[in-house]
Design a protein. Structure first.
Length: 183
């Protein structure tokens, strides 16, 4: 028995009643960018079901170049699946969700950051850039980064939110905006 055994048993129960979702537009018309923290699972916090929304997770829920690339690809794919160029006016909302008590906040400390860089091989500058000490500030910066990305489709709006670990509530910090309005 391994630590995966109970999870695989849960999967067996899940698979008994599973119905696959078709490849197509996510039903919620949202793509969520969130932290990988186990206390802030967007599927649970936002009540998402399979087929509702793609979720991109990384340390801090930060908008990195990889996140921008993924969202650009998803926009292209969804546009193609919905009938090609011009078929829909809006593809989806990119919802950036940061949270309170984020473990990446430790990266603001130079000693901790140096130790993390040595342990992971990641550059200190990259680690420092991923720190979330004030999620209301970092979510605003990440929304702007995504809105100003040249590869972001003008049919994708972006919003910013903060999940409070203590209360379980998600609040909106940045209302949804389209790229052309941000530039």
């Amino acid at each position: 028995m391994t630590k995966m055994t109970p999870l695989l048993e849960r999967n067996e129960r899940f698979a008994r009643t599973y119905t696959p979702a078709a490849l197509g537009l996510p039903t919620a018309q949202v793509v969520v960018v969130a932290c990988l923290d186990h206390r802030a699972d967007p599927a649970i916090v936002l009540g998402l079901q399979l087929g509702d929304a793609p979720v991109i997770r990384n340390a801090g829920g930060r908008v990195t170049q990889a996140v921008i690339d993924d969202i650009a690809f998803l926009a292209f794919l969804i546009e193609q699946l919905s009938g090609g160029q011009g078929a829909v006016a809006t593809l989806f909302v990119g919802a950036v969700v940061h949270h309170t008590q984020c473990g990446t906040g430790f990266l603001a400390d130079p000693t901790f950051r140096q130790q993390a860089a040595a342990a992971t091989g990641l550059p200190e500058a990259a680690l420092e850039a991923s720190a979330v000490t004030d999620p209301h500030t970092t979510v605003k910066a990440d929304v702007e980064r995504l809105l100003t990305a040249p590869s972001l489709s003008p049919k994708v709006s972006v919003s910013g939110h903060v999940y409070d670990i203590a209360t379980g509530r998600v609040t909106t910090t940045v209302d949804a905006r389209y790229p052309q309005l941000a530039r």
